[in-house]
Design a protein around this ligand. Structure first.
Ligand code: SF4
Ligand code: SF4
Length: 126
């Protein structure tokens, strides 16, 4: 990945990134996510929201042939995330707009529990 690419993100990953503390499924996943966070914060690129596997999922062991092992569950989190934040599921936004919108409408408004409800990391994030 280089700094000029459009980055693809599932909507709910705009929340997860803001709770990232260097932990994850394995070293490859953590290294990839750390690099993504660096690019997002240093270059404020355009982000393409996507319903499928994204630039975080591509290094995730739960990604089986391009499909998340818990696809149904994460799709529900994506849907609640876009509805609560007022985002288009397949929209393009600057990272700073996504970050600030999700922070304001979900994280700072006390809504993560309703959006993330069946995520196994919920207790850690909250
Ligand atoms: S668990 Fe699924 S949605 Fe989350 S990063 Fe892995 S493949 Fe992507
Ligand atoms: S609880 Fe899960 S979906 Fe919600 S921000 Fe944390 S890791 Fe992401």
């Amino acid at each position: 990945m280089n700094n000029k690419e459009i980055i693809s993100l599932r909507p709910h990953h705009c929340m997860c990134i803001q709770f990232f503390e260097g932990k994850g499924y394995n070293k490859e996943f953590v290294n990839n996510l750390s690099e993504l966070v660096r690019i997002l914060e240093e270059t404020d690129p355009v982000v393409q929201l996507t319903e499928g596997c994204d630039d975080i999922c591509r290094c995730c062991p739960e990604n089986i042939g391009g499909v998340c092992r818990t696809a149904e569950k994460v799709s529900g989190i994506d849907r609640r995330c876009t509805e609560t934040a007022g985002l288009e599921q397949d929209g393009q936004y600057r990272w700073s707009v996504l970050r600030d919108t999700v922070r304001e409408k979900i994280i700072s408004s006390g809504n993560p529990a309703q959006v993330c409800l069946d995520c196994c990391w919920l207790e850690i994030c909250i």
